[in-house]
Design a protein around this ligand. Sequence first.
Ligand SMILES: Cc1ncc(COP(=O)(O)O)c(C=O)c1O
Length: 421
Amino acid sequence: MPEYDLQRVFAERIGGMQYGKSHALYKFEKIKRAKRAATLAHPGAEIIDLGVGEPDEMAFAEVVDKLCSEARLPSNRGYADNGDMVLKQAAARYLERVCGVSGIDPETEVVHSIGSKAALSILPAMLINPGEYVLMTTPGYPVFATHTKYYGGLVHNLPLTEENSFLPDLDSVPPSVLSRAKVLVLNYPNNPTGASATPEFFARTVVFAKQHNLVVIHDAAYAALVFEGKPLSFLATPGAKEVGLELHSASKTFNMTGWRCGFVAGNPLLVKAYGDVKDNSDSGQFLAIQHAAAHGFDHPEITEQIAAKYSRRMDRLAQVLAEAGFSARKPKGSFFLYTRAPKAAAGKPGQPARFANAEEVSQWLITEKLVSTVPWDDAGAYLRFSVTFVAKDREDEGRIFGELQKRLCSARFEFQAITGL
Ligand SMILES: Cc1ncc(COP(=O)(O)O)c(C=O)c1O
C-alpha cells in the first residue's frame, strides 16, 4: 500500500503540496503580533486601536428586541433557503427611500445574503470561466478576486490613486484584458480609501460596461454611512439595472457585523443566477435575523445616528492627523480615513526612524507609540485610520483623541513632497 500522505490532498488553489508550510505572515497577523508584543513590553499601557474594521457598538436595542421576538416564532425555525418576502420587501423600500432607486421588484430583483462577504464568494461561480478576467480596484476588499482565482479566472487590478480621487481609470484597461473581462467590481464609499463615487463616474461605468459587455458588481457595504448628502447607489444610475448588481449589508449599516445578513439587488437575471448558486452553497440566513435586519432597513434613522457619531469622530481625527503633519482630509463617508504614510519619524536620540513603506510605519507606530493602524502599500504607501475605536463615552472619546494627538505629534513625522497634485 502506498504511504498515506495528507500533504497530497490539498488543491493547487490553496497551495497544493506547499499548503501550510509557508511562514510568511499576513498583514493583519503582523499587526496582531506587534500589538501583543507592545502589550507585553508596556504592561498596563493603553493601545489606541485605529485599525479596527468594524463598528465598536452593539446593534440598536430595537433590532435586538425584534430578533428575540422573531426567534420565538415557530414559522421562523427552519431552513430559510433563499428567504421569504420580509427582507426582500424591506430592501426594495430601503433602496427607494434611502437611495432613490425606484421600481425594484422585491420578488425577482432581491435575494438576501449571509453578509456581503458570502455574496462576493458566490458571485464568481456564476460569472467566471477559466481564463476570464475580473477588474478589481486596488487596494480593496479581496474576496471576489480570491474566488475568481479559485475558478481559474484572472484578476486585473485598477489602482486607486489620490490623483484620480481614488476612482479607477477605466480607460487604462488594455484591450487584451478587456476582450476577456467579464466583471468590474466596485466599492463606494470605499474600503480602505474612504472615497465616494460620483453620479458621473457611475454613469461612465454603465457606458463602459455596455461597451465591453461587463457585469458591474457594486459592493455598497458602507453606502449609508455618509457625512453629507444622501447615499449614492449605483442602481440609481440610468441603465445600471441592465448591467449590474448592488450588494448591501446590515453589518456596518446597523452595527450587525456578527449577525451575517445583507441583500443582493439589481438585474433580475443576475439576481436569479445568484440565487441559484447560493441555493447550492447555503440554506439561507435564520429568518429571525433576516426579519431583524429588515427592521433596520425600514429604520434608516439608525444609520443616520451611527454616521453622525463617525462624522464627529472624523472631524477630530482629521484635525489631530493634520496637527501631526499628515495631509489628512475627512472623507465623505465610511469610517476610514486614508492618508499618505510618512517617510521618517524622530525615533530615538541619534537614530531617526526611516520607513521604506507603510507597513514599516504601521509596525513602528504600534511598537513605539502604541497606536494601531492598517498599512496599505498597493498603490502608494498609505495608512488607514478607523474611527470605530472603543470609548466609554464622549468624555473618554475626547481623552483618547487628546492622547492620540500627544503620541502622534511627539513622532515628528517627515513626509515626502507630493508632486503632481
Ligand atoms: C468593502 C467590504 N465589502 C464587504 C465586507 C463584508 O461585509 P459583510 O459583513 O456584509 O460580509 C467588508 C467588511 O469589512 C468590506 O469592507
